[in-house]
Design a protein. Structure first.
Length: 389
């Protein structure tokens, strides 16, 4: 699920890319950027020129690791929990978003290296539990002149100096740095791509095409370095990757979603999302996937699980009131999990306020204790945007 649908409600971010992305560069570059992209700004509200997810199609790898420009919106989402030898815990997020401003081929007659109909946005966040601080950052750029982009072979996604790239098959390097914080991580896929929904086809509403193609890499063994205030910490842990592409939007009455990724120490993984309606009910298209240790999966419908909120936290920045502790139950799996944030304040203070944070997990499966870690994303709880446009 994730923040894929955010672009439908935050098109101003794309307009900021169109009009002001190069204000920190030379004036002629700023003018050139605006002139090249401006003709496509008016097209961003129309979806007729893009492909839609209308049913299961075979996903093929490594091709589907890369971009899908026939679809309007796409993202590559990395989160993880990492521990230093002395027990210091870090959570991280690095996400790359692609938004098409016009249909593929619209720029064929333009010869400039700056010409593009693709805008990119990236979010980088680090949760330093011992330091009691969550830091979040945002970058925007054009998908041209080598500044931002994505490719399948070899797999790479980047926005300026933030990037993830395949080093050998099934192994990746992730790099990001901002304001004295940095990551340099090596990720190794232990289970391969996990198809979400119906063979990778994930419905979000009853309307035709209100769906996405969605897969995850749910157990990425991770090691590397986290740097905070000039000190380097060697770290190890697990990461999770989501990749989703669509031409879609929230259905009428849907106001946001709660998304959970859980990595248990017994080598099970769990993804759940619930779409919230404005009347407080849960949308019937909410769903999830349970991944077993051997990589086999079980698709979960709305009635297969429950999510009960046990606590809440109010943001001093946005005023949003977010759930802050949960009990998740899957009765047919005899699975009960209590999910608690490492820090209550893990709100992303970027162009759009949402909560994305590292969580610890404990509970029981088949009457045996289980534990683990994960990430939770919460949208639609804070009405205001914090960015200036």
């Amino acid at each position: 699920m994730r923040i894929l649908l955010l672009f439908s409600g935050v098109i101003l971010v794309v307009m900021m890319v169109v009009g002001a992305i190069w204000l920190t560069q030379r004036q002629d570059s700023a003018v050139q950027s605006t002139l090249v992209l401006a003709p496509y700004a008016a097209q961003t509200a129309s979806t007729d020129q893009f492909a839609r997810a209308t049913g299961p199609v075979p996903l093929q790898f490594p091709e589907d690791f890369g971009p899908h420009p026939d679809y309007q919106t796409e993202w590559w989402y990395y989160t993880g929990n990492l521990a230093a030898p002395e027990g210091r815990h870090f959570g991280y997020q690095l996400t790359f978003f692609r938004r098409a401003l016009g249909a593929p081929g619209d720029l064929d007659s333009r010869q400039s290296d700056w010409s593009t109909n693709q805008a990119y946005m990236a979010h980088f966040a680090l949760t330093d539990v011992a330091g009691g601080k969550h830091s979040s950052f945002e970058k925007l750029s054009r998908g041209a002149a080598g500044l931002a982009g994505a490719q399948a072979e070899p797999y790479r996604v980047w926005l300026e100096d933030w990037s993830v790239e395949e080093t050998t098959p099934g192994e990746y390097r992730l790099i990001a740095a901002q304001d004295g914080l940095s990551l340099d991580l090596r990720l190794k896929d232990l289970k391969g791509p996990i198809l979400q929904g119906d063979q990778g086809y994930s419905r979000k509403g009853p309307e035709p095409g209100n769906a996405s193609y969605y897969y995850s890499q749910t157990r990425l063994k991770t090691d590397g370095t986290v740097s905070v205030a000039g000190r380097d910490y060697p770290v190890q842990g697990l990461s999770w990757k989501d990749h989703e592409y669509s031409t879609s939007a929230l259905s009428p009455g849907q106001v946001g979603w709660d998304w959970f990724s859980v990595q248990l120490d017994d080598e099970h993984e769990l993804m759940l999302f619930q779409l919230r309606q404005e009347d407080g009910s849960i949308d019937p298209f909410s769903s999830g996937t349970l991944v077993y240790p051997d990589g086999s999966t079980r698709t979960l419908g709305k009635d297969d699980f429950s999510i009960r909120v046990e606590d809440r936290w109010k943001s001093p920045v946005s005023g949003g009131v977010y759930p802050s502790r949960w009990v998740v139950e899957i009765p047919t799996e005899s699975l009960t999990l209590e999910i608690t944030p490492y820090l209550a304040d893990q709100e992303m203070d970027v162009s759009y306020n949402y909560w994305e944070g590292a969580v610890k997990v404990s509970g029981q499966r088949l009457e045996q204790p289980v534990s683990g870690k994960g990430y939770v994303e919460l949208t639609g709880y804070a009405d205001s945007m914090s960015g200036e446009f």
